[in-house]
Design a protein around this ligand. Structure first.
Ligand code: HEM
Length: 218
């Protein structure tokens, strides 16, 4: 039996959507800085990119804090359970109306592929983008020569890593947009991230576990 479940909390939805807006804006201004097109003008694009970058870093700091204070960081612990089944589902099962191999619950919101991808973004891609971006900023901008003291030979490598990261993020965004539509209905994942609620198969064992945790917290 399906039950309406509160799956995404208020702050979680806030950081998801503000992150989406900031990252899309960073990609848009970043590729103008890169020289891919002209929209805001180079000078403006660099300023906007910098403002969005600082806003994003602040959001990331708050989000790290949220993950640890709520225990939600556990959602991202990678697992091999259902890993192959999940790949097979996206390659074949999905086209034959096969059931989802991972059942979504409050305690397991992410399937094994999502866990690994999001962990990779959080531990690798975002830190690399922020670090190379800040190095770029402090090395490149003429008003600041601070980074010279740690002897970075060339901006080239930093810019290259930052740009590769930007391409990875865009590849992720495209895959993410497709995968959003592969929930129990085409719009169910999107609705859940907007309202917080999703109709999911209820599981007595899982419900009891959630109640136990709630009692422990209170
Ligand atoms: C998270 C913190 C980030 C910081 C601190 C940062 C900072 C910077 C800085 C300082 C520049 C050089 C601008 C200039 O020449 O004046 C730059 C370039 C760029 N950024 Fe970011 N950025 C961040 C995130 C992102 C993200 C998330 C994306 C894309 C999804 C992105 C894409 C780009 C691109 C494509 C360039 C042009 C690189 C080149 O052609 O050399 N940035 N970034």
């Amino acid at each position: 039996m399906k039950k309406k479940v509160y799956i995404y909390k208020g702050f979680e939805r806030f950081w998801h959507w503000s992150q989406a807006i900031l990252v899309i804006f960073l990609a848009f201004t970043g590729f103008e800085v890169h020289g891919s097109y002209k929209f805001f003008g180079y000078e403006n694009a660099t300023v906007y990119h910098q403002i969005a970058a600082y806003s994003y870093i602040v959001l990331v700091i708050f989000t790290i804090f949220w993950h640890f204070t709520t225990g939600e960081w556990r959602q991202y612990i990678p697992t091999w359970k259902n890993f192959k089944a999940q790949i097979n589902y996206y390659l074949f099962g999905i086209f034959k109306n096969a059931p989802h191999p991972t059942k979504k619950t409050v305690l397991t919101k992410l399937n094994p592929l999502q866990k690994l991808t999001y962990l990779g973004l959080k531990l690798l891609v975002i830190p690399v983008m922020a670090t190379t971006g800040l190095l770029y900023m402090f090395y490149r901008y003429p008003q600041s020569h601070r980074i010279e003291s740690i002897n970075i030979d060339s901006l080239h490598t930093i810019a290259l890593i930052h740009t590769i990261g930007a391409f990875l993020i865009i590849a992720f965004l495209i895959a993410h947009l497709y995968l959003i539509t592969t929930g129990s209905t085409v719009t169910s994942n999107l609705k859940a991230m907007l309202t917080g609620y999703e109709d999911i198969e209820s599981d007595e064992k899982e419900d009891n576990k959630v109640e136990e945790i709630k009692e422990e917290i209170n």
